[in-house]
Design a binder for this molecule. Structure first.
Ligand code: TA6
Length: 280
């Protein structure tokens, strides 16, 4: 019988799904997706939070702070927080909504034409009583994460399962790992290439559906559908120092480029809304 090192044996002993393996990240239950070509993604059930994405080239593309809480007491600082039903403080509810601090379920997983994928679900009936009281609407959310080669696709669906229309905001608050914030460029949000020289926090309404993040010799193409807006954020040295869950120098290592739906028509009973984000 072949000898397997301890960490591989543990993986085999775990609940073994086709493309996905149950694992943990910090203290949080997580799903590790592996595509046939070696691309990998790690997603915690807390927040359906994509915290690591490596393409088939093995390179990590997402930032996660070394000081992030990883025990479910606070939203994860990094990766891709799912923002729903409120963006930041634009509303009376929890800052950036409850989706990023709720426990989601794995609804599906598998391999489809070389893509490893998993679908995460959260419904109004899954909410903690205080969250359900604060936002008393019937809803079902699905987040589909798929990886292959050096590509990532995230599809987000909001379905109104209740009897009344509700307004909502949504965003995929993606923290891209960069070599140095001072040398990146973002194409597509402004008429000229955008460089970030200090704290930056800007909402772009009705953006071009195709943006690019240029980081040295690497160009990431970001394509969004359904999400009409985009937000670009970096806290700069000053605001980073004030964040308890970010080390002082870490602001240099990421930029958030977030497909967003900041406003829009209320979702009618029985109706769904979909947004997609493709990164390659
Ligand atoms: O998306 C930008 C933003 O709303 C910023 O204003 C900034 O504060 C960031 O999100 C992070 O918010 P958080 O609640 O995760 O600290």
């Amino acid at each position: 019988m072949a000898y397997w090192p301890a960490h591989i044996r543990t993986v085999f002993d775990m609940n073994h799904l086709d493309a996905a393996i149950s694992t943990t990240f910090g203290q949080l239950p997580a799903i590790l997706l592996t595509a046939p070509d070696g691309a990998q993604a790690n997603i915690t059930l807390y927040g359906a939070h994509l915290i690591s994405w490596r393409g088939a080239d093995g390179r990590e593309r997402l930032f996660c702070s070394a000081k992030s809480a990883l025990d479910g007491t606070k939203a994860i600082r990094g990766g891709v927080p799912v923002i729903f039903p409120q963006f930041a403080e634009r509303g009376t509810g929890m800052r950036h909504g409850f989706a990023r601090v709720s426990n989601w379920r794995v609804a599906e997983q598998g391999i489809d034409e070389g893509w490893a994928f998993a679908v995460f679900a959260l419904a109004s009936s899954d909410l903690a009583p205080q969250d359900a009281q604060a936002w008393p609407h019937g809803f079902a959310l699905r987040l589909r994460i798929a990886i292959r080669a050096n590509e990532l696709t995230m599809g987000f669906e909001v379905h109104n399962t209740g009897g009344e229309a509700f307004p909502f905001a949504a965003a995929l608050h993606t923290y891209f790992l960069v070599d140095d914030i001072a040398s990146i460029r973002i194409d597509g949000v402004e008429t000229e290439e955008l460089a970030i020289t200090d704290k930056f926090d800007h909402v772009y309404e009705n953006v071009e559906p195709r943006l690019a993040l240029v980081d040295g010799g690497v160009v990431l193409t970001l394509r969004q559908e359904g999400f009409r807006d985009a937000v670009v954020w970096n806290p700069g040295a000053g605001d980073a120092a004030a964040l308890a869950d970010m080390a002082d120098e870490e602001y240099r290592r990421f930029v958030c480029i977030e497909p967003a739906r900041l406003a829009g028509e209320s979702l009618q009973p029985g109706q769904s809304w979909q947004g997609e984000y493709h990164v390659s």
